[in-house]
Design a protein around this ligand. Structure first.
Ligand code: C2E
Ligand code: MG
Ligand code: MG
Length: 857
């Protein structure tokens, strides 16, 4: 309801709101009063003027028109916001010539046009002429009264007319001003103080008085010379006014420009003063910061001369501040770093850069090095005649030495203090780059491996192993040239990089010298130990690009040296390289073959040479490669031994052979005692879980342990003798039989043999092959058979290819044998056929049938 009441307005209220929203009740009332009076006066004046003659009317209209026109050229009073339009002259003239109503109309007309021009508001456009007409009626009537009284008293003269006119104009002006200002005061609800109003408009009042004077003079002239004189005078007055208008305008513009110039100058001066003040403050601040900074600071001329230093820098370098001033900056740093710094300073000097940072060593007064982080940048010193650099130096010695320690740890072997593999790779990479840039810069790399390290480590403990490594490392270091790099690559593997080698033969000489000194006994924990090193050597002439290629080839050569019988050296050559890449390829293939079940097992029957009975089989691994065809165990077994593939391979053969044997034994009593011989490698014995793996295979196949024989080559047994003993003992505990394969080719001593838990010896095929009556080989075979008998170990012959070999062995008393003459290795299906035939033969024998010789099939 209340909202409705607030918005429901009458048309009258709406008009008020649109036209005079800022008018309060009093102001509104005043406005309407003024306008109403104005309208009444206007009507009165129109009526009065209408009665005048035509010529008078024309003059009135002309006077009003000129007055209005003059409004367009107001004369602004310099250095004030006031102006007056000299149009009043003509209104006053109309007043004197044609009376108050005419002047009132002219004033209303002039006010209407003036307010129309200067204001957009209808309220002032209407009120201004109303106020002008009212003011004129009042002031004009007063003048008429005065002049009438003067006439009546016969006092009237031209001088009094002038005075009266001037007085009138001031009254008119004051009235008009008061009426107009009243609106503003009413709106703001402020009381009006006449003094203030007049103070503001004083100059204009004076101008009005002037106008009144001019009008009076014109009036008097017209009175003497007739109205025609106006035709000449009016343009002159107009011209005068226009000149005044433009003169003042010009003056005003000049003044404005002058003022703005003055202001600009003043502003600049103020800014300059501020800047100077700020500079002084910042300079003061800088100097205090410079002097008291915890970080070392110096002001240095652009060409590198020290001009000023702070306390911190003097302390950093252990010198007096005065002693440092005048020195060259690059003279304060370590000789190795001075060049870099000088180059950087020169670049600054040439204006190529204006700041740089660097980490370098400074020389402390006590001769030590101080690592500093140096920052230099151009410095604009207020008042300085030349540019300088501000240099900051922070002591980073602690950080640098920590870094160096870490670096050393990361790149050195903690036991021997020698560079480690990573560091060696770095040296090697540099040597490769040098050799590739200049073929004259040959290098050689030696790969050393100690032949007895494992033995020492296993039998005497790790601390003895460590002592061993420390001593051999020292020996190597002492016997190479100082510039050669000796590194420990890991375990008992060492490498030597010999750069700037004049001749390859020198590397060989060095290797021989090393072998000599490394062969001398070592004292470890009171025990004397002899060792020897196998050394592989390769040369830059192979055109290497990567450090790992160099080490790989030196390693290969080392293996060759080892294979050739230890304590030797071997040189790498291109043929070795090819062999190696083929091996690497095959290793990958073998891994895949094991994963995809491409391996199988062949079984070579073993016979009792005396009775001709089948006693068992030897399991032999077979690899049928999809593209390379059948690959010989002589090729892939060594590859498996070198990689980690031998364990899965042995497990595969072991499992397959045990399961197979169980199946064949299950055929009946005839086969219940068949045995299986499985080859195991040296690496198998070194494996701590090997006995467990064997147990698992036996248990899985539900085989009797005594029906399994493990074959070990003689060399394997001798090499690993200490490590293997424990494994062998555990296998014996299990009940598994052990046999020495390829017997006679190794270096086993009889003393060892008797102490080893061995059940049988397998005479190597090379002796069997060379057997002819009276030959050396026949003697060896006979000796082995005798030895076996005296040690209580059975003897088996392998590689029996002919009837005569077979007969000879049988006559010598060799218990068992295998060979192509008896049977080739067979696939499992063919073993089945063999077993079938034996069963048939057995049956025929039992039932009096003639039997075929069993060994021919
Ligand atoms: P080995 O243990 O001495 O096996 C006997 C080798 O002589 C077998 O060669 C066999 O086929 C061959 N052979 C048998 N009778 C005759 C003959 O009358 N004349 C000739 N010239 N050779 C005969 P294979 O199968 O090539 O195996 C070679 C070697 O590879 C084996 O020698 C054995 O040291 C190793 N090997 C084979 N299978 C395995 C396995 O599963 N594990 C391990 N660690 N080594 C295996
Ligand atoms: Mg064998
Ligand atoms: Mg053999």
């Amino acid at each position: 309801m209340s909202e409705l009441a607030a918005t429901a307005t009458t048309p009258w209220q709406r008009l008020h709101k649109a036209l005079m929203p800022d008018y309060n009740r009093k102001a509104t009332l005043y406005w309407w009063t003024m306008v109403s009076i104005g309208v009444l006066v206007l009507l009165h004046c129109i009526v009065a003027v209408a009665a005048l003659p035509r010529a008078a009317l024309l003059q009135i209209v002309a006077g009003a028109a000129i007055a209005t026109l003059a409004g367009f050229f107001p004369v602004r009073i310099p250095r004030s916001t006031n102006s007056f339009a000299a149009g009043e002259i003509f209104i006053f003239l109309v007043l004197l010539m044609h009376g108050v109503p005419a002047a009132a109309l002219a004033a209303a007309g002039e006010a209407l046009v003036g307010s129309w021009r200067t204001s957009r508001r209808w309220t002032s456009r209407i009120a201004s002429p109303a106020m002008a007409i009212v003011s004129m009626i009042v002031a004009g009537s007063l003048l008429e009264l005065v002049l009438g009284a003067l006439h009546a008293a016969s006092l009237y003269n031209d001088g009094l007319l002038l005075t009266a006119a001037m007085a009138f104009s001031v009254v008119y002006f004051v009235l008009n001003t008061v009426l107009a200002t009243a609106v503003i005061h009413l709106k703001r609800n402020q009381p009006m103080v006449l003094r203030e109003v007049l103070a503001n408009f004083g100059w204009v009042a004076l101008a009005y008085a002037g106008s009144a004077t001019v009008a009076s003079l014109l009036f008097l002239t017209v009175g003497q010379s007739g109205p025609g004189v106006l035709m000449a005078v009016v343009p002159i007055v107009g011209l005068l006014l226009a000149t005044l208008h433009f003169f003042f305008r010009q003056q005003e513009a000049d003044e404005a420009m002058r003022r703005s110039r003055v202001e600009a100058v003043e502003r600049e001066a103020a800014q300059a003063a501020l800047h100077v003040q700020a500079l002084a403050v910042s300079e003061q601040r800088f100097h205090s910061a410079f002097t008291h900074a915890a970080i070392g600071m110096a002001l240095v001329s652009a060409d590198g001369e020290v001009r000023q230093v702070n306390r911190a820098l003097a302390a950093l370098l252990g010198q007096d501040e005065e002693a440092l001033v005048g020195q060259r900056l690059d003279a304060l740093v370590h000789a190795d770093d001075a060049g870099t710094l000088a180059a950087q300073l020169a670049r600054v000097h040439r204006r190529e850069i204006d700041a740089f940072a660097n980490e370098l060593r400074c020389r402390h007064h006590d001769g030590s090095d101080v690592w500093v982080a140096l920052d230099a940048s151009f410095f604009d010193e207020a008042g300085a005649e030349a540019e300088s650099l501000i240099v900051q130096m922070q002591d980073i010695t602690a950080r640098r030495s920590a870094e160096a320690r870490l670096q050393h740890i990361a790149f050195h072997d903690s036991l021997t203090g020698l560079p480690n593999r990573s560091r060696f790779h770095e040296h090697l990479a540099q040597a490769i780059a040098a050799a590739n840039g200049d073929p004259e810069r040959r290098f050689a790399v030696m790969f050393l491996d100690f032949d007895r390290f494992k033995l020492v480590n296993d039998s005497m403990g790790h601390s003895a192993g460590d002592a061993f490594l420390v001593q051999v490392a020292r020996r190597i270091r002492e016997h190479v040239r100082p510039r050669d790099v000796v590194a420990r690559l890991g375990g008992d593997e060492f490498a030597v990089l010999c750069e700037d080698l004049e001749r390859e033969a020198h590397a060989v000489t060095l290797a021989e010298r090393l072998q000599l000194v490394l062969g001398e006994p070592l004292q470890i924990g009171g025990t004397e130990i002899t060792t020897s090193a196998s050394i592989g050597i390769t040369f830059s002439t192979f055109g290497y690009t990567l450090p790992e290629e160099v080490l790989r080839d030196a390693d290969i050569a080392m293996y060759r040296a080892k294979a050739a019988g230890k304590a030797r050296h071997a040189l790498f050559d291109a043929g070795l390289h090819e062999q190696v890449s083929e091996r690497v390829h095959l290793e990958g293939e073998l891994r895949r073959a094991l994963e995809h079940g491409q391996l199988s097992v062949a079984y070579q029957p073993l016979f009792n040479l005396g009775s001709g009975r089948l006693t068992g089989f030897e399991a032999l691994a077979r690899w049928q490669h999809p593209t390379l065809g059948l690959i010989s165990p002589a090729t892939f077994i060594p590859i498996a031994e070198e990689s980690a593939l031998i364990a899965p391979l042995t497990d595969f053969v072991l499992d397959a052979a045990c399961r197979q044997l169980k199946l064949w034994q299950a055929r009946g009593d005839t086969f219940a005692d068949l045995t299986m011989q499985v080859n195991v490698s040296g690496n198998d014995l070194a494996h701590s879980g090997f006995a467990q793996r064997v147990t698992r295979a036996i248990v899985a196949a539900r085989l009797h342990p005594s029906q399994l024989t493990l074959e070990l080559t003689e060399n394997v047994l001798m090499d690993r003798v200490d490590g293997a003993v424990e494994t062998l003992a555990r296998l014996r505990e299990l009940g598994v039989s052990l046999s020495i394969d390829d017997f006679g080719t190794g270096y086993s001593s009889l003393a060892y043999l008797s102490s080893l838990p061995i059940d049988s010896l397998k005479i190597d095929a090379s002796f069997v092959r060379g057997m002819r009556t009276g030959s050396k080989e026949a003697e060896v075979v006979r000796a082995i058979v005798t030895l076996g008998a005296s040690l209580g170990k059975s003897v088996i012959a392998e590689g029996i290819e002919t009837e005569s070999q077979f007969d000879q062995l049988r006559r010598m008393g060799c218990e068992a044998g295998q060979g192509y003459h008896l049977s080739r290795p067979l696939v499992a299906e063919n073993v089945e056929l063999l077993l079938d035939r034996i069963e048939v033969d057995r049956w025929s024998l039992q039932h009096g049938q003639p039997s075929r010789p069993m060994l021919h099939h």
